[in-house]
Design a protein around this ligand. Structure first.
Ligand code: PEP
Length: 251
């Protein structure tokens, strides 16, 4: 898993039982992609459906990913929350932490993200930490400072496996993709930061996210330190998502 490209789809708040099922059945004809770890992050209410379909229809070729998790570790009086332990119970593999839409709409910052990371690691699942700067921060030349602050929550975590998605906020859902030069600079910076925070003996995956599609995926996967993609809009269609998986397999 830690030496393959990852292609993780983030459905955000999209999906319905019947459509999800139809999509899962289409994935049965997906060509072999043995060099790619494939995952889909569905809304929480559909995770069990997805996981069952992955097992029964797809022989676990696609991992079940959650878009978020509670910051509270155990059972308790936390109405509306879903714990990391519950995610593990239904077969989730990877949990997104700190997607920029979580900080934009729910005010999540480092402290909460750190609690979520710890909870996910404690139940044996893989957290995928999302980081990214806003347009104002990039225009002010502060992108590395901002990303370094977001990555600082990785320090001292009890794990040898670190997965991060670099998603410039200005590139998410906008059709604006960072240039390959911008991606190369930031991914090399993130790689260096992870080594200094977590030690030289960690497994690292750094995914790019932000308007990745069938047309630009191959160029993005060719950039050094790009170990995959976190894909929003283009993961909702079988054709575009599998074209991105093909590009990862060929890279
Ligand atoms: C995302 O939601 O993480 C994302 C990158 O979205 P999009 O691919 O639609 O820009």
């Amino acid at each position: 898993m830690w030496d393959k490209k990852w292609v993780i789809g983030n459905w955000k708040m999209n999906g319905r039982l019947q459509n999800n099922n139809a999509l899962m059945h289409r994935f049965r004809i997906m060509p072999t992609a043995d060099r790619v770890v494939i995952g889909l992050a569905a809304p929480t209410v559909y995770l069990l459906q997805l996981h069952n379909a992955m097992q029964i229809v797809l022989n676990n070729r696609i991992l079940t990913c959650a878009q978020d998790v509670s910051r509270f570790p155990n059972n308790g009086a936390y109405t509306g929350e879903v714990s990391a332990d519950m995610m593990a119970d239904i077969g989730v593999d990877i949990v997104l932490i700190g997607h920029s839409e979580r900080s934009l709409y729910f005010g999540e910052k480092n402290e909460i993200q750190r609690q979520k990371m710890v909870n996910v690691l404690n139940v044996g699942l893989t957290p995928l930490l999302c980081v990214g700067e806003s347009l104002e921060e990039r225009e002010a030349g502060r992108e590395q400072e901002v990303i370094a602050h977001q990555l600082s929550i990785l320090e001292g975590l009890d794990t040898k496996n670190i997965a991060v998605a670099y998603e410039p906020v200005w590139a998410i859902g906008t059709g604006k993709v960072a240039t390959t030069g911008q991606i190369a600079d930031m991914h090399a910076f993130i790689h260096k930061q992870i080594l200094s925070l977590c030690g030289n003996d960690v497994n690292i995956r750094i995914l790019y996210g932000g308007s990745v599609n069938a047309g630009n995926a191959a160029d993005i996967f060719a950039v050094p330190y790009v170990d995959g993609a976190l894909v929003g809009g283009a993961s909702l269609s079988y054709d575009s998502f599998t074209a991105i998986i093909d590009a990862a397999q060929e890279s």
